[in-house]
Design a protein around this ligand. Structure first.
Ligand code: ZN
Length: 255
C-alpha cells in the first residue's frame, strides 16, 4: 500500500499493529505517555516483526507537550517524551515520527518569537541526535503561520509538515487553501478523516462531508505530489478503516 498509513489511535499498541498487518497497510503507531512508560522488550519485538511486512512510523504523545514553552522545565518534559519516541523509532527503523506542537494562540502569542526559537532548538537537536524525520502536525492551531515561520527558519530536510485536514476543518479560522498554499514546500504527509466544523469527529473518508477530489487537486496545483507524500487514514474503528481504504481505492484511485 505504498505510502498509505493507518493511525488507529483508539486501540492498544498490539491491536493497532495487528489491524495494520492484517490489511498490509503501514502503521502510524499511536503512543501515549502510558504506552511509553509501560513499553516492554516484547513490544519492541512485536513492532520489529511487523516492520518486516509493513512500514512503521510513530505519533508522539500529544498531551501537555509544549516544545516552545518559555519555561525550561516544561520544555524538558517535551524533550524527554520526544526522545523516548525517537529512541523507539530508531530501534525499530521507523520511517518518521509525527509530533504536535500545541501552539495555542491565545496562550502563547505574547511569546511567539521565543516560542519559535525554543521549539526549533529542540527539534533540531533531536534531529541531530536521532536522524529520524519529524513531521510537525497541526491540531488546535487556527492559522498556518506558526508552522510556516518555524519550517522556513529551520531549512532542515528532516523537519517537515503533517497537514491534518480534519483538524483544519474542525478548528481553523483560515480555509484549507491557505494552509496548502502557505505550507506547500513542507507538506510531507496528510492526515485524512472527515468532520463537521467545530468538532473533531474522525469519521470515515467518503462520509460525504469533505470533497476529496477538490482537496487532491488543490495539493497538486500547489506542487504537492500526492504520490510522494504519506497519506494517513485516522478512523475511530476498523469498519471505518476498511470503508476509508475502499474509498481511497475505488473512488479516489489512490491505492
Ligand atoms: Zn492527525
Amino acid at each position: 500500500l505504498g505510502k498509505i498509513y493507518a493511525h488507529m489511535f483508539l486501540y492498544p499498541l498490539d491491536k493497532q499493529i495487528a489491524i495494520c498487518v492484517d490489511r498490509k497497510i503501514n502503521c502510524l503507531i499511536s503512543l501515549t505517555a502510558t504506552t511509553l512508560l509501560d513499553l516492554k522488550q516484547s513490544d519492541v519485538e512485536l513492532i520489529n516483526d511487523a516492520g518486516r511486512k509493513i512500514q512503521i512510523a510513530y505519533h508522539a504523545p500529544p498531551h501537555d507537550m509544549f516544545p516552545g514553552s518559555v519555561d525550561p522545565y516544561v520544555r524538558k518534559v517535551a524533550k524527554l517524551r520526544l526522545s523516548e519516541t525517537l529512541d523507539l523509532a530508531s530501534k525499530t527503523h521507523a520511517t518518521h515520527i509525527v509530533a504536535h506542537i500545541n501552539y495555542i494562540e491565545d496562550m502563547h502569542k505574547y511569546h511567539v518569537r521565543s516560542w519559535i526559537e525554543n521549539s526549533l532548538e529542540l527539534f533540531e537537536e533531536l534531529i541531530r541526535l536521532y536522524r529520524v524525520p519529524i513531521h510537525i502536525e497541526n491540531g488546535y492551531e487556527q492559522t498556518p503561520e506558526i508552522f510556516y515561520r518555524m519550517l522556513k527558519e529551520a531549512k532542515n530536510d528532516l523537519l517537515g509538515f503533517a497537514l491534518d485536514i480534519g483538524h483544519v476543518l474542525a478548528y481553523s479560522k483560515e480555509p484549507l487553501e491557505i494552509w496548502i498554499s502557505r505550507l506547500s514546500d513542507y507538506i510531507r504527509e496528510i492526515h485524512i478523516h472527515e468532520t463537521r466544523p467545530g468538532v473533531d469527529e474522525h469519521l470515515a473518508v467518503g462520509s460525504g462531508l469533505v470533497d476529496w477530489d477538490q482537496i487532491l487537486a488543490m495539493l497538486e496545483n500547489n506542487g504537492v505530489s500526492i504520490n510522494r507524500i504519506c497519506i494517513t487514514i485516522e478512523p475511530r474503528n476498523e469498519n471505518d478503516l476498511d470503508r476509508s481504504i475502499r474509498y481511497l481505492r475505488d473512488t479516489l484511485g489512490l491505492i
